[in-house]
Design a protein. Structure first.
Length: 420
């Protein structure tokens, strides 16, 4: 492991670059399809808003439920590397199938199934790139998060523009090409990745009773964090669900003589992730060097409160605007605040789950984090059905309240997590 860590790109093990480039193109495909999905259902398939929002929530939920099964399959049978290759191939096929309208539901199911193998097996390899005392490991997940958000930034500009201006199926096809590119990068860069850990589980008697008790405590705490993440996701996931509907009808997108395409705003979030992350990492490193590093749970709670502030901003400007459209500048400000909060909570949560993973259960534990995203996405789908039944300002206030509730729960979990 040390020899591998000595060979670096950009000051990090080379395998980290391979992993985040692979996930970058996977996120390009995911965000490309997500950018178009609600518009495609309401404008092309002519689904009612409530049905489209529920399908969106159910799809994103299933995309993050299948990793529980996929993580177990990777840990117990086929290994992380094979899981990434098989899952990525299935996902690429599903994206291309999206180009055929009668295959809509089959395509969604195929992508969700492939994601189950792919998603937990990729980030769970990060820990194995570093020695246990390597201080770079904690920041590696933020670096990884930047890499995958490059794909999220490019996706609305490429897939969104193709879909909105030239035809939805062109956008879906571009998403499939992105998934294929990510798969090729992973296959070609496998020599830089950590070796597979033996998948044969040790006998139960080999685990001391105290260690098993500690593992139970870990799982209970991770369950609490997962519940908080579920509540948070119920609000956060509206970025791809009801927020695009508001951008279409409630935002003045005029910029001089031009009209900004509605899908372009979906690029703001990943672009801001890329630009804000280095600044945050610098600030956090200075705090750590001064002995004032924030604990993971408190950092996540701060992030949830910041996101609550972002939705509160939308609630206020929407109420003040009345029947008029809101200027797109307010939408940009919303994304700045939202992204800042996201960087506090989401990479931190992923890193916390990976750090607390029991031996030989890395992919399964990381998949548990995605289970929280599953339940949160399902909650977001249910919450999204209220969009047509409430005022826009009242709806955004509801989302702000959900984020505050998540922050309170994370704050209560800080002490027991620190006790580990």
């Amino acid at each position: 492991m040390s020899a591998m860590a000595d060979k670096t790109w950009f000051g990090q093990p080379r395998g980290l670059t391979i992993l985040f480039l692979t996930n970058m193109w996977e996120m390009f495909s995911y965000y490309g399809m997500r950018t178009l999905l609600v518009y495609y259902m309401t404008k092309q398939l002519l689904f009612a808003q409530e049905k489209a929002s529920f399908i969106y929530g159910a799809y994103t939920a299933m995309a993050y439920f299948t990793p529980i099964l996929g993580g177990a399959i990777a840990d117990r049978w086929i290994g992380k590397r094979n899981a990434v290759i098989v899952g990525g191939s299935i996902m690429a096929f599903g994206h291309f199938v999206m180009a055929f309208e009668p295959m809509f539901y089959i395509a969604l199911a195929t992508i969700a199934l492939g994601n189950g193998l792919f998603l937990p097996s990729l980030p769970s390899q990060i820990n194995d790139l570093y020695a246990a005392d390597d201080q770079r490991r904690g920041r590696a997940y933020n670096v990884y998060y930047v890499g995958l958000n490059i794909g999220g930034f490019l996706a609305p500009l490429v897939c969104g523009t193709l879909g909105e201006l030239y035809g939805w199926h062109y956008g879906f096809g571009a998403a499939g090409i992105g998934m294929f590119l990510g798969l090729m990068i992973y296959v070609c860069g496998r020599r830089y990745l950590p070796p597979e850990v033996a998948r044969k589980a040790p006998p139960a008697a080999a685990t001391p009773r105290e260690a098993r008790a500690d593992q139970r405590n870990v799982w209970w705490l991770l369950l609490g964090v997962g519940i908080a993440a579920t509540i948070f996701r119920g609000a956060y996931e509206q970025v791809g669900n009801t927020l695009p509907l508001w951008i279409d009808t409630g935002v003045d997108r005029a910029w001089g003589a031009l009209t900004i395409p509605m899908t372009w705003f979906q690029s703001l979030n990943p672009l801001l992730v890329i630009t804000l992350t280095p600044l945050l990492l610098l600030a956090w490193r200075k705090r750590a060097d001064a002995g004032r590093e924030t604990t993971p749970a408190i950092r996540m709670a701060i992030g949830a409160l910041i996101v609550a502030g972002a939705y509160l901003l939308l609630a206020v400007v929407t109420m003040l605007a009345g029947e008029a459209r809101v200027g797109w500048e307010w939408l940009v400000m919303f994304f700045v605040v939202l992204t800042l909060g996201e960087l506090y909570i989401l990479p931190t949560g992923l890193g916390l789950f990976a750090k607390l993973a029991p031996p030989r259960l890395g992919a399964t534990t990381v998949a548990s984090w995605f289970l929280a995203i599953f339940s949160g996405s399902l909650l977001a789908g249910v919450v999204g059905t209220l969009w047509s039944k409430a005022s826009h300002g009242g709806f955004f206030l509801l989302l702000s309240g959900l984020a505050v509730l998540a922050a309170l729960l994370l704050w209560r979990l800080d002490r027991p997590i620190r006790s580990l």
